[in-house]
Ligand binder design. Structure first.
Ligand code: ADP
Length: 167
């Protein structure tokens, strides 16, 4: 069954210059990249993305981590991968959440670490199931950012909306 999944290369992955390595490992899945962009993560987006973790003692650090405050790299690379069993294939190659427990052949097992404060720095985020993938893709991307139709859309006219264009 074809699926879509959100992948974020987190600020530690960017700081360690792992983008190329991570994309190469992900290419083993033979999935298609249908959207990609660099994002400067506002606090509201970070909080919304990790809302299922809001009762965890490390929630505030998690928000700062994905915003890049902890790594002096205030950006993430966000992508949507699409194809057969995309969610499972990507999670398998990403490895377990805890980078010390992750199989060393996985991305997190190869490149992740646990900080002295106990936060798991595991270099990438991947959606955990279809409903989370839908929630996350709609949170990080607009329909026009994605080159295939993944979810139903509607057309609205926004007369007073302002947007920046090239001068
Ligand atoms: P995943 O990213 O594998 O889907 P979760 O959604 O459970 O895992 O956790 C979100 C992120 O929170 C993890 O990727 C990791 O950065 C951090 N995290 C999760 N569990 C812990 C933990 N027990 N201690 C420290 N950080 C954690």
């Amino acid at each position: 069954m074809n699926q879509q999944t959100l992948i974020l290369i987190k600020p530690d992955g960017l700081k360690k210059s792992l983008t190329g390595n991570i994309l190469t490992r992900l290419s083993e899945t033979k999935l298609e990249i249908v959207a990609a962009k660099m994002v400067r993560v506002p606090r509201e987006l970070a909080v919304e993305h990790y809302k299922h973790m809001k009762d965890k003692p490390f929630f505030e650090e998690l928000v700062q981590y994905i915003q890049g405050t902890l790594h002096d790299r205030k950006k993430v690379m966000a992508m949507v991968y699409w194809g057969e069993d995309a969610i499972t294939k990507v999670r398998q190659i990403a490895g377990s959440t805890n980078p010390e427990e992750a199989d060393p052949t996985t991305i997190r097992g190869s490149y992740g670490r646990i900080t002295t404060k106990g936060l798991y720095e595991n270099v990438l985020h991947t959606s955990s199931n279809e409903s989370e993938a839908e929630r996350e893709i709609k949170l990080w991307f607009q329909p026009d950012d994605i080159i295939v139709d993944l979810y139903p859309t509607k057309v609205v006219t926004m007369e007073k909306a302002k947007r920046k264009i090239w001068a």
